[in-house]
Design a protein around this ligand. Structure first.
Ligand SMILES: C[S@@+](CC[C@H](N)C(=O)[O-])C[C@H]1O[C@@H](n2cnc3c(N)ncnc32)[C@H](O)[C@@H]1O
Length: 296
């Protein structure tokens, strides 16, 4: 339904680039923003996004090409007069310390591409999420882009994830919210009987052997990735993978988030591990929306 000018000016409209299954979009929706456009090159992730945000336009395409051409198409797709918020979380594998073989040049090219899109579109507000690689922090400093390195558990997300978030948000002023321990989040979702009393974030290799790093279920979980955390039995030294619904809960998604899209288990794990936690996105977008009227 077209908005009149007064309504339009009070609405925050989100364009979510590299949208995945929509962790950022979900948090933005909860904060009262309206998702107008979502773009990703992975069809299955985009379909999952569309199942939760049918109101948005969805473009399945490879991002990173001609900036002016792309900015022109985005401008044409967004309702005029609205307050535009641009977000992007490009793939972090290329720049992650967990992936020493990542293509750093390609990772940095997509970061630069996005900052160029921000310059071309000049949205009312913008955000970007990335692993805190030194090259990313250096580029943000050079481009005079404000940023903060945020711990997600300070925003109610029950994981130890830490990311650089750049953009037009006062990061220090964001309200902090305590995250629940993993045990409370997983209760009713996983069977912890049989000695599975801890979580593991994976094996470490050390001289003379190595073993699983584990942490108490009374703490927040280690970062959610495709394979971890797992439940861990320290006596028997065995681990057990969590179900996708548990990974969703640890990432602060609402229950049943992927039910309508029903991706295969392996795809679901990757999509969930990739996601921006909705609780963090909600905190960012509540600051952006500033109590504006929500479109439901
Ligand atoms: C970190 S994930 C995005 C997570 C998402 N923001 C969320 O909150 O759920 C990165 C996404 O970028 C997509 N991607 C990677 N390279 C791309 C490219 N060149 N163009 C478009 N999408 C790309 C992947 O398919 C993946 O879904």
């Amino acid at each position: 339904m077209p908005l009149d000018a007064a309504d339009a000016a009070s609405v925050v409209v989100v364009v979510d680039l590299f949208c995945g299954i929509g962790g950022f979009s979900e948090g933005a929706r909860q904060a009262g923003a309206s998702v107008a456009l979502a773009v990703d090159s992975w069809r299955a992730a985009l379909d999952a996004h569309a199942s939760r945000h049918p109101e948005a336009e969805h473009w399945c395409e490879e991002l990173g090409g001609d900036v002016a051409e792309f900015a022109g198409r985005v401008r044409a797709a967004v309702p005029t007069g609205c307050r535009l918020h641009l977000h992007r979380s490009p793939p972090c594998q290329q720049l992650s310390s967990l992936n020493p073989g990542g293509d750093r040049v390609e990772g940095m090219r997509l970061v630069t591409w996005y900052l160029d899109v921000v310059d071309a579109l000049r949205p009312h507000s913008w955000t970007m999420e990335q692993v805190p690689h030194p090259a990313v922090l250096r580029l943000l400093t050079e481009r005079r882009a404000p940023f903060g390195v945020l711990r997600f558990d300070e925003f109610g997300v029950p994981t130890a994830r830490r990311r650089v978030i750049a953009g037009t948000v006062d990061f220090d002023a964001l309200p902090r919210r305590e995250a629940p321990p993993a045990a409370r989040v997983l209760a009713g979702l996983e069977d912890m009987a049989g000695g599975f009393t801890r979580l593991t974030g994976g094996r470490v290799d050390v001289a003379g052997g190595g073993g699983y790093v584990s942490r108490s279920l009374d703490l927040v979980s280690s970062t959610v990735t495709r394979r971890f955390p797992c439940l861990y039995d320290p006596e028997a030294r065995r681990s057990k993978m969590l179900r996708p619904r548990s990974l969703l809960a640890l990432q602060s998604f609402p229950r049943g988030y992927l039910d309508a899209a029903a991706p295969g288990t392996e795809d679901a794990r990757l999509m969930i591990g990739n996601a921006v936690s909705p609780a963090l996105a909600r905190a960012l977008m509540t600051a952006v929306c500033g109590g504006e009227r929500a479109i439901m």
